[in-house]
Design a protein around this ligand. Sequence first.
Ligand SMILES: [Zn+2]
Length: 270
Amino acid sequence: MKNMDAEIGVIGGSGFYSMIKKPVIMHDSNAYGEPSDSIAIGSLENRKVAFLARHSKNHTIPPHKVNYRANIEALSNLGAKRIIATNAVGSLREDYMPGDILFFDQFVNMTHGRNDTFFDEDYVVHVSSADPYCEQMRKTASSVAKSMKIRYHDSGTVVVVNGPRFSTRAESKYYGAQGFDVINMTQYPEVMLAREKQICYLGIGIVTDYDAGIEGRKDIGKVNSKDVEATFANSMATVKALVAGTIRELPQKRACSCGSALENAALTKK
Ligand SMILES: [Zn+2]
């Protein structure tokens, strides 16, 4: 394997860069522009891994300005067949508590104006998004979380909003009433762009807050950025161990349908 290859991509906060010793640093633009930051490539749990900070290392890129296509293209170009993505999420239900971990199995997209496909010219491709998250990776991560004896949920629907503002009380109540479990600003289009590249994608949510609060609970207040940051920082050691454990336990061979997502998807003959 070459220095600039990676089997697994990790997208998350800048804290992950320190997980690999002596990384090779790559900073290249691609056909879709500049990724959020340089990519650190190295070995973790004897697997070749590439790390990318979604909002840049200094957290300067807001969710609606992230170049999701450049990020996924960069990891795809490195040869990544799997992506593990970590995300801060707000809870829309009382039993998904701050500090809890969940593995998304569905999303609802409420964002707008984002470049959300690699197939926007010359030919028509309709990729299925019925099951957007990799089942094999979700099962592996859930079993790792179970063995770590941490509070986790093995599924969850994330509603993705454009941001950068947080929800109104009415929006938060509405999303909760729809049966959505958590809210976030970055899962879309990241997960679908990975699917278009036939890359397996695991979305890990770290519950940091209760969005606009919980109706009738004066003790559960509305979210603010400082609290999100503090809860996320407290969870960082757990999340790092979870990511490392998942990388260790992932079978080499993919046993899912992510790798054949483009079969029967194209309407234009090439
Ligand atoms: Zn998969």
